[in-house]
Design a protein around this ligand. Structure first.
Ligand SMILES: Cc1cc2nc3c(=O)[nH]c(=O)nc-3n(C[C@H](O)[C@H](O)[C@H](O)COP(=O)(O)OP(=O)(O)OC[C@H]3O[C@@H](n4cnc5c(N)ncnc54)[C@H](O)[C@@H]3O)c2cc1C
Length: 371
């Protein structure tokens, strides 16, 4: 299988991380993307990532850091839960700079990357018919690869809208604020992420089942009480709509066609964060492809391997998302109040882990909320 070539569809962060990993293993890798440059569309998404998770993506992300975060404020109705760690827990990254860095590292490793090259269904099927090719769909939430090869659908998406505000007044320029049980953010939440003390990103997500445009939900969101105070008198920069998959696809490999990242739905349903898990699954895909080429092992083990390693955490994220999104605003505010009484603020400040609920659960079982 020495003449095997991997065709990665999509030069988003996950496609590029995969391409780098494949090229480092000496595998011929071509990446195709329809956009004009790697940074195009990068600011449609936010870049809040945990420091520990970033340490595992295999990319030197330091040039993309915009701000350091050590806290979070969770709002539900009039209730707020404040988490403040004693050190930096997460970063706000510039997504364009991160994408550029991923491109540089993939190219340096030896991957060939072509922009302005969108692959249609017919071309994809032709490529897959050649058994010396392995096709990887890293083509995002609305994956054309998944559609072309009949992968099961993702049932629910979050429709998002975000905009940056210059001259805004963030209460704490190192804490992110999440607005749960907000009437404009059906089955998701609104957020405020500080880039600095005067530059803030505001955003909202609303379930695709709500059948409401995210732009109009955003307009209502920023006119609401405590959010309005943040942006009063500030200058609004460009706004962006986008989409996040909620929940993974039931199947992510068929023959010589695999899916990674948002295309596979490898996203935390609680927050919509997809980079840490997508990157981890891309590494697994690279290992599986490498073993297939060298030893003829089955590509199908990709499914079992990524689910064994990360399936439990993704399921916990999905369960937590279902729990909070099905509660009434009053019940969520009450839950917040109760959990504060039992020491939730102190527990999350010391032991919070925004990627791995299972790790947090272990810490909770070992120490209890007030331990
Ligand atoms: C508002 C918002 C906020 C977010 N905030 C965070 C966050 O704070 N932290 C976090 O970890 N994640 C966050 N995410 C999620 C994160 O952005 C995604 O998980 C991540 O970008 C997925 O990367 P990807 O490479 O899988 O897909 P994408 O970034 O969507 O890349 C897919 C690429 O495929 C290309 N493509 C599609 N079809 C074709 C085709 N047929 N041929 C060629 N190219 C094609 C596209 O042009 C695109 O470049 C957020 C998302 C949104 C929308």
């Amino acid at each position: 299988m020495a003449d095997t070539r991997v065709v990665v569809v999509g030069a988003g962060v996950i496609g590029l991380i995969l391409a780098k990993e494949l090229a480092l293993r000496g595998i011929a890798t071509n990446v195709y993307d329809g956009k004009r440059s790697v940074e195009e569309g990068a600011d449609k998404a936010s870049g809040i990532l945990s420091k520990t998770g970033l340490g595992r993506i295999g990319i030197d992300y330091r040039s993309a850091i915009v701000n350091e975060l050590d806290g979070a404020v969770l709002h539900a109705g009039n209730e707020s839960l404040r988490v403040k760690a004693s050190s930096v827990q997460a970063y706000v990254l510039d997504r364009g700079r991160l994408a550029k860095r991923c491109l540089e590292e993939a190219e340096r490793a030896g991957a060939e990357i072509a922009f302005e090259r969108r692959l249609g269904a017919e071309e994809l099927r032709k490529l897959a018919n050649d058994n010396s090719n392995i096709i990887v769909g890293a083509d995002g939430a609305v994956s054309g690869v998944a559609a072309a090869f009949g992968f099961p659908p993702i049932k629910e998406y979050v429709l998002t809208y975000k905009a940056e505000y210059s001259g805004a007044s963030a209460e704490d320029s190192h804490s992110v604020e999440l607005f749960f049980a907000n009437k404009h953010a059906r089955r998701f939440f609104g957020w405020s992420a500080p880039y600095s003390s005067s530059m803030v990103e505001l955003g909202i997500g609303t379930s695709s089942t709500a059948k409401r445009s995210s732009a109009s939900a955003f307009t209502d969101f920023i006119n609401d009480g405590n959010v309005r105070d943040v942006v009063e008198g500030a200058e609004r920069m460009a706004g962006h709509a986008s989409i996040i998959p909620l929940g993974s696809r039931r199947i992510t490999i068929k023959g010589n066609v695999m899916l990674v990242g948002d295309a596979a739905g490898q996203v935390k349903a609680t927050t919509g964060g997809g980079i840490i898990f997508g990157a981890a699954c891309a590494r697994i895909a690279a290992d599986v492809i490498s073993a297939h080429i060298e030893h003829g092992t089955a590509l199908a083990s990709y499914e079992k391997m990524w689910r064994r390693q990360y399936g439990m955490d993704l399921k916990l994220h999905a369960a937590l998302h279902n729990y909070y999104s099905s509660m009434s605003p009053r019940s969520l505010a009450l839950l917040m109040k109760m959990s504060k009484l039992f020491g939730a603020e102190q527990f999350f400040s010391r032991y919070g882990d925004m990627d791995s609920p299972s790790t947090m659960l272990k810490r909770f079982v070992l120490r209890g909320l007030t331990g």
